[in-house]
Design a protein around this ligand. Structure first.
Ligand code: UDP
Ligand code: MG
Length: 321
């Protein structure tokens, strides 16, 4: 017998959850028919949803013994949701996928075929188009992947997603990374292992709206850079060296000019410009230092990545008593 755990982070997904459940049931049935030794577990993570997500999950868990859920005490973000899912999944294989059907369940049989013989440790999808996404968003995303791959040793594949079919070994490796600032795209790649990419066209959300604003994504991309690269620190030093060199050349020019032409009244505007420029540069570099310091600060506190408020066991025992 092999158990496949399907981890699904949900934040305000009342509209798509029933659709998702219906789809995934069909696929689980299909896979069971093809491979009779497979059993399934659905582990939903309610990330502090403000709509009826939790009550839908409760109902599903009462009716279907394969359904488990963890409900957070507040919204901790998708990263925390995925971590909680991986930590609590008991399967020999673990799948992470979105609830909005943007990660089509129909891929699961194919993904299982890749990992079942041990040829690959992970199967994942890579979207080759960003159909249905705004032009600016796609342009920023592309630039982010370009910069990231230049400055970080960890390769982050453009279009790769958090839709993953992983072996227990890979999941345990991911869980061994205890960091608080979790950037999964980097973590999945950092742990290594053999990954098979399946390419597909972007699918739009089945219902509901995305929880990601443009600025949210922008901040998330900065998180990624600070978590998986120290290049900004090097950039700060480089800028320092360059401005020193410029100052040195300027000194020589001024000395020669003074010797040759005497010393006319010095230019006040020039001094102001240089002062502002250097002041700005210094603040910029201090800011970069500050970013790393703040990440280090959060890591030192050893706060839990998420806090659970309720799960299906707690709910069932409350119903019984
Ligand atoms: N999600 C979550 N916590 C959050 C935001 C999102 O668990 O704070 C979940 C959400 O329910 C969905 C998945 O993460 O299952 C992807 O979110 P979304 O579809 O909003 O992002 P997009 O597909 O636009 O990147
Ligand atoms: Mg989505």
């Amino acid at each position: 017998m092999s158990l496949i755990s399907i981890v699904v982070p949900c934040y305000n997904e009342e509209e798509v959850l029933p659709l998702f459940y219906e789809e995934i049931q069909k696929i689980m049935e299909q896979m069971r028919q093809e491979h009779s030794h497979l059993t399934f577990e659905l582990l939903f993570i309610d990330d502090g949803s403000k709509d009826k997500t939790l009550s839908i999950l409760r109902e599903m868990a009462l009716k279907d013994s394969r359904v488990r859920y963890i409900s957070f005490s507040r919204n901790f973000g998708k990263e925390a949701g995925m971590f909680a899912g991986l930590e609590n999944a008991t399967g020999d294989y673990v799948v992470v996928m979105d609830a909005d059907l943007q990660h089509p369940p129909a891929f699961l049989p194919k993904m299982y075929n890749y990992v079942k013989d041990g040829e690959f440790d992970c199967a994942t999808t890579r979207r080759v188009s960003r159909k249905g996404e705004s032009k600016i968003r796609s342009a920023f995303a592309r630039t982010f992947y370009k910069i990231m791959n230049k400055i970080s040793q960890t390769e982050i594949v453009d279009g790769a997603q958090d839709f993953r079919f992983m072996t227990r070994q890979m999941v345990d490796s991911i869980l061994s990374m205890k960091e608080y600032n979790r950037f999964s795209k980097g973590i999945f790649s950092w742990v290594g292992f053999k990954t098979q990419y399946i390419e597909y066209e972007n699918v739009e959300r089945a219902a509901g709206t995305t929880a990601w604003s443009f600025w949210g994504l922008f901040r998330y991309s900065l998180e990624g850079i600070f978590a998986f690269s120290t290049a900004p620190l090097a950039l700060a030093s480089l800028l320092g060296v360059i401005s020193c060199l410029i100052a040195f050349v300027m000194c020589i020019v001024i000395i020669i000019k003074t010797l040759a032409f005497g010393d006319p009244v010095a230019g006040f505007p020039t001094i102001m410009c240089v002062m502002f420029f250097l002041g700005g540069l210094q603040l910029f570099c201090t800011g970069i230092l500050g970013q790393y310091l703040s990440k280090t600060y959060l890591e030192c506190k050893h706060r839990p990545v998420y806090l659970m408020r309720e799960n299906e066991e707690i709910y069932r025992s409350r119903q019984d008593s």
